[in-house]
Each structure stands twice: as structure tokens, then as C-alpha cells.
Design a binder for this molecule. Structure first.
Ligand code: HEM
Length: 216
């Protein structure tokens, strides 16, 4: 089910197209995040593996061009999704009342999506800026950041928020695009929760690896 809190009169052909664009940008970001987590976690196998992967992506210009491109998709995705987020207090009150009144799990998921989105927007922008303005990416530099303490805490907040957002987004896209029928929703949701937990676990293990990596 999709609930739009956009003002009346904003619906129509354009709104449908923008909805598609929102989902396509979301799907691309989900794929990016899955790849990103797997690539960063290569440090668990060995810092040399992470360095070699980073070198490949930099020597082919994929980080220099892909980084800003991902940031652009990220902004477009937020602006499109923000059409439905109520920024005024009366709108927020209405959503809150609906969610409580309806006791509908998927409406709660939407509320989590909207709140996490705003925090991720700020935190991920800072993260992307810090990483892209300090190229090349190396395991030693990443480890030094995490061992500094601030970034370890920063990632411990950003990681679950992102994985929750990605997991719920994946579920909502699957339901909206009709990959998952009503009868399969529960099973799919359970599978999706497991995937989310798995990525959080991979992220925590990666952070621990950075924490104990010798940077000399
Ligand atoms: C645009 C290009 C991006 C690049 C090149 C990049 C690169 C990196 C690197 C090198 C690390 C290792 C830690 C460090 O060096 O500080 C890292 C960690 C992380 N990044 Fe990104 N990142 C990008 C985008 C994003 C986005 C869009 C998000 C979330 C919306 C994100 C979320 C995270 C998280 C949560 C961690 C911690 C990983 C863990 O728990 O192991 N990154 N990223």
C-alpha cells in the first residue's frame, strides 16, 4: 500500500513518473549499498585485498566519477521521496495519528523510512565528502579514521540506519512492483529482515577489523 501525504491536486501523470524515478533511484542505491558493504568488508580478508580493490576502482576513474554520480542519485532520490514527507507539524501529526490508528505494519515502515532518510541524508553527505576529498582510499587511512573514535561511533549509527532503510526500501519496491504477492509478504519480510541483520553483522565485523588493524 502506498500512502501519499502530498497536497491534493499534485497527483497525475507526472506524479506517477516521478514515483517510478524515485523507485529506480532507490533500487540503484540499494544495489550500490550492497556492493559498497561487500567491497569495504574485503578488509576482513586482508588490508591488501581492500587496497587492491580500491586501486582498481580509482585507476579506472570509477571512484572519481562514480562517487559524485552516486551522490547525485542520492540527492535526486531524497528530493523525490521528500515530496511525500510532511515537513510541517500538522502534517506530521496526521501521519502519526494514521500510523497509530491503523496499526498497520507497513505504515510504520513508511514512518521509519522517512525519519531515517533525513538522518542518512546528512550523515552520508558528510561521509562521502570526507572519503572523496581524501583519496586514495586505503585500508590504513580507513583504519586510522575508525581508530580515532569519532568515526567508529558515527558508523555505528549510520550502519544500522542505512541497512534498515535499504531493507525496508527493498521490501516496499518488491511489494509495489508486484514481485511479492500478498500471500508471500510475511515470508519475504522475514527473509529481508535476515538480509538486513546479515549486512549489519558484516558492517560491525568490518569496523572491528579496522579498529584492530595495525596502521603503521
Ligand atoms: C559515494 C561513494 C562512497 C565511497 C567512495 C565510500 C567509501 C567508504 C569507505 C572507504 C569506507 C571505510 C571507512 C572509511 O574509510 O572511513 C566506508 C564505510 C562506510 N560507508 Fe561509505 N562510501 C560511499 C558512499 C556511502 C553511502 C552513500 C553510504 C550510506 C548511505 C555509506 C555508508 C557507509 C557506512 C555505514 C560505512 C561503515 C561500514 C562498516 O560498518 O564497515 N557510504 N565507505
Amino acid at each position: 500500500m502506498s500512502i501519499s501525504y502530498a497536497p491534493a491536486g499534485k497527483t497525475g501523470k507526472w506524479d506517477g513518473a516521478l514515483d517510478w524515478l524515485q523507485m529506480l533511484s532507490g533500487a540503484s542505491l540499494i544495489l550500490f549499498m550492497w556492493c559498497h558493504m561487500i567491497l569495504v568488508s574485503s578488509v576482513v580478508i586482508g588490508p591488501g585485498v581492500m587496497n587492491a580493490i580500491a586501486e582498481f576502482f580509482e585507476s579506472t576513474g570509477m571512484v572519481q566519477a562514480g562517487g559524485p554520480l552516486i551522490f547525485l542519485v542520492f540527492l535526486v532520490h531524497f528530493v523525490l521521496a521528500a515530496r511525500k514527507i510532511p515537513f510541517r507539524f500538522d502534517g506530521q501529526k496526521t501521519v502519526w495519528q494514521h500510523a497509530r490508528m491503523m496499526r498497520h505494519g507497513d505504515t510504520w515502515l513508511w514512518v521509519i523510512q522517512a525519519v531515517s532518510a533525513m538522518i542518512i541524508l546528512i550523515m552520508a553527505s558528510v561521509h562521502i565528502w570526507v572519503v572523496l576529498t581524501d583519496l586514495p582510499i586505503t585500508a590504513a587511512k580507513s583504519a586510522a579514521r575508525v581508530q580515532g573514535g569519532f568515526w567508529a561511533v558515527f558508523y555505528l549509527f549510520l550502519l544500522p540506519l542505512v541497512e534498515l532503510h535499504v531493507g525496508i526500501g527493498f521490501y516496499r519496491i518488491a511489494v509495489k512492483w508486484g514481485f511479492v504477492k500478498d500471500s508471500q509478504r510475511k515470508k519475504f519480510k522475514r527473509g529481508e529482515n535476515m538480509l538486513t541483520m546479515m549486512f549489519i553483522a558484516i558492517g560491525v565485523i568490518t569496523l572491528l577489523r579496522f579498529m584492530f588493524l595495525s596502521v603503521n
